[in-house]
Ligand binder design. Sequence first.
Ligand SMILES: [Zn+2]
Ligand SMILES: [Zn+2]
Length: 153
Amino acid sequence: MIVQLDKLAEAGERFRGTLAPESLALVGDEGIECRGDLEYDLTLHLSGTELSYRGQVELAVAFRCCRCAEFFDARVRESGLKGTKAVPETANSADLTPELREAMILAFPNYPACSTNCRGLCSQCGVNLNESGCDCRPPTDDRWGALDQISIE
Ligand SMILES: [Zn+2]
Ligand SMILES: [Zn+2]
């Protein structure tokens, strides 16, 4: 997102637009697929050599569920985006793409789940428990089994 600093209104200016996911270099993460462009809605203000920005960024993505490993669609929005960027006095443009990218990534969930009720995969046979059941039983804990064999006389 290139901003023409010499054309920026002194009182601040609102910018709305989109960035292709390729320009954000979000593509390549195995657990995330971009489903559209990043949408931004920002108010920019230049004060001396400091460009301040606030507003929101939003992106349609598909995450791989941390429990069942299936992809699911989601919209991620950071509506409280706020920051400043130092720009050289002689610069007549500034690129906010890295800032928008970072804000977007910080808004991603650490452990995306397709639903709060996702039952995940069976830890023994690997079947997706959302789709079918299995006959596995929880493994017995051998630490207690050993204790059972101690006889007290
Ligand atoms: Zn899931
Ligand atoms: Zn199973």
